[in-house]
Design a binder for this molecule. Structure first.
Ligand code: SF4
Length: 367
């Protein structure tokens, strides 16, 4: 483990890998099996701090507390949607920056956590409040995992657990690939959180080389690709980061992801009135997806735009339904999804915290 620099807080335990923890235990004269015991405990216990791990001797708990923070995120406040289920948390990071994370329970059948991967986001999608902030910084693996731990503790109080995780909060997950993959590996580890990879979804605006890198990991996770347009002309206007790769290159990478992982890919499509919601847009999108072959490997999620920047408006319901029908008539599975939690600004494209230097980077930096 790196020596701690003066003035820096100790690392969060979720940012310490098993080997580093084992070395720390050796230095403190503790047996090696404690590493696994401690990692299992932080993943599964609903304790609020080190003192709650009563299976560990008190002096060890005190030494751990002096060397490692119990969590990389500190809850500031939470709001609940009028739907009575969706909750959004504002979480503080050790350097004073903030992120948001959302719990989306679904009638007792599932508990999905939507986590952030960056503070802010450099991608600047035209309809997105997070994109307006610019990039503040990448999150660490611990800062990602601890969003899930935050909700796990709340759910444990009512005898429930996190069943699904989606990387669709603040940030472009593939722009912070190593930390995201590190977090996913912890979340799917049966010894730790034990979430099935099939219940993990990573989203991207379509950073092609990193989509391939993700596929090469051979983890059967779901991939959600934010297309938002049927062609490059419209897409470049809505998703500026897409200038680096054409829509057909993004679609080809999606096909490669399916081939490698055997998972279906979801195409996310935010419906913006008068911009990308015409029948001819749906027909063009369908034709592009059909060219990929085996349309059953893909699904289109249609998301009516939420209130946010850009002054975009939601199309009338009949127009959105017609868009879905045009896709379905051409053999493309499509769902019109009304996102939850809009009253607490927890819907798609609505996450934002009151800070942020506008540090947008081009997709050129992300190859
Ligand atoms: S939609 Fe996603 S990728 Fe685009 S700016 Fe918002 S957070 Fe970033």
């Amino acid at each position: 483990m790196q020596p701690r620099r003066a003035g820096h807080p100790p690392p969060a335990i979720t940012d310490v890998d098993e080997r580093a923890l084992a070395a720390w235990l050796r230095e403190h004269g503790e047996p090696a099996y404690r590493a696994r015991q401690i990692r299992r405990a932080f993943a599964r216990s609903s304790a609020a701090d080190w003192d709650g791990l009563t299976d560990l001797p008190k002096p060890l708990r005190a030494a751990l507390a002096a060397s490692f923070r119990w969590s990389a995120v500190e809850p500031v406040h939470e709001v609940e949607s009028v739907d009575g289920e969706t909750r959004k948390a504002l979480l503080r990071l050790h350097d004073g920056h903030h992120i948001e994370s959302v719990l989306m329970p679904h009638h007792g059948a599932r508990n999905s956590v939507c986590f952030s991967t960056q503070a802010g986001c450099p991608m600047a999608c035209a309809f997105c409040a997070t994109g307006e902030m610019g990039l503040v910084r990448n999150l660490t693996t611990g800062e990602i995992v601890d969003q899930v731990r935050h909700w796990s503790r709340e759910l444990a109080a009512r005898g429930e657990r996190v069943s699904h995780v989606v990387a669709m909060g603040m940030g472009e997950p593939l722009a912070n690939l190593d930390a995201v993959v590190g977090a996913v590996r912890m979340l799917i580890d049966p010894e730790l959180f034990g979430i099935s990879p099939r219940r993990v979804t990573i989203s991207t605006v379509g950073l092609v080389p990193r989509m391939d890198a993700l596929a090469a990991l051979d983890l059967p996770m779901n991939l959600a690709v934010s297309l938002h347009a049927p062609n490059d002309r419209i897409r470049r206007r809505i998703v500026p980061a897409s200038r680096r790769w054409t829509i057909d290159e993004v679609l080809a990478a999606s096909r490669r992801y399916v081939e490698r992982t055997k998972r279906r890919v979801t195409f996310e499509y935010v419906l913006l009135a008068g911009v990308n919601d015409a029948e001819r847009d749906a027909a063009e999108l369908a034709a592009r997806i059909r060219r990929l072959g085996r349309t059953a490997d893909f699904h289109v999620n249609l998301i009516p735009v939420n209130a946010g920047p850009g002054g975009f408006e939601r199309p009338p319901v009949e127009r959105m339904e017609r868009f879905a029908e045009v896709l379905q008539e051409r053999g493309i599975a499509a769902t019109l999804r009304i996102s939850k939690g809009q009253d607490i600004a927890a819907g798609c494209g609505q996450l934002k915290v009151p800070e942020g230097r506008a540090a947008r980077v081009g997709a050129e930096d992300l190859g």
